[in-house]
Design a binder for this molecule. Sequence first.
Ligand SMILES: [Zn+2]
Length: 149
Amino acid sequence: MGLFDQISRTIAQSVDRARFEAEKFQKTTRLQSEVNELRRQIDSKLNELGQRAYELLRAGQIQSATLAELSTAVDQLRSALVVKEEELKQAQAEVYVEPPAPAPPPSQSVPIDYGPPPSSTPAVKHCGVCGFQMPGTAMFCPNCGTRVT
Ligand SMILES: [Zn+2]
């Protein structure tokens, strides 16, 4: 067999292999979903069967210790469900409540000292150096800059 034939054969083989893998993937994917669907249907029918058995047992039409046990378990779960559903309803109805404003710390409750009340301050005063008249609250003479007390 020549080199060309060997290359052709190799290419043909890898094409075949790729096609095989693609078809295998498609096939297994399809089968997997069919298997899942059948399982789902079986679960659904079993659920229906259980429902019927439960009703017949509760109606006293069938006697079975095993079924009675399962039915009791279902009743207990349903009771728990009712309680849990109520809990959920209450949790859903909860609304955010603003917490009360915290009391200010003691240091802030002390009144700020604004100095002596205006009544004890003369309305006007005069600079001791230049005699400039200024408001009684002034600390420095606006004219010469001397500190006035
Ligand atoms: Zn002055």
